[in-house]
Design a protein around this ligand. Structure first.
Ligand code: MG
Length: 95
């Protein structure tokens, strides 16, 4: 269930503005990750802020497209796939 404030944001400001904001916030997070990894910048505070922004916008994206349940199912399947890959990795590297 989407946070009622975030549902209100989507209803008030509209699909186009909010879906563009998803992209904008993702680009801000990307920028902070690149600064951290490429330039060794001490910007964990900025990464915290931008991660929160992206999570807020992803909530609105899921609400906008009515895909929260499908995303949850897909995510669970992907995590199982990652686990299988990790198990294979461990087998290969334990030898
Ligand atoms: Mg931001």
């Amino acid at each position: 269930m989407v946070n009622p404030v975030l549902k209100r944001a989507l209803d008030t400001w509209g699909e186009e503005a909010q879906m563009l904001m998803v992209v904008e916030e993702m680009s801000e997070l990307m920028k902070e990750i690149l600064k951290n990894v490429n330039r060794g910048k001490d910007n964990v505070d900025q990464i915290v802020e931008e991660t929160a922004d992206v999570e807020i916008m992803l909530e609105q994206l899921k609400e906008n497209y009515h895909i929260a349940d499908r995303v949850a199912v897909y995510k669970a399947e992907k995590i199982k796939l990652i686990e299988r890959r990790l198990n294979e990795w461990d087998k290969i590297h334990a030898a």
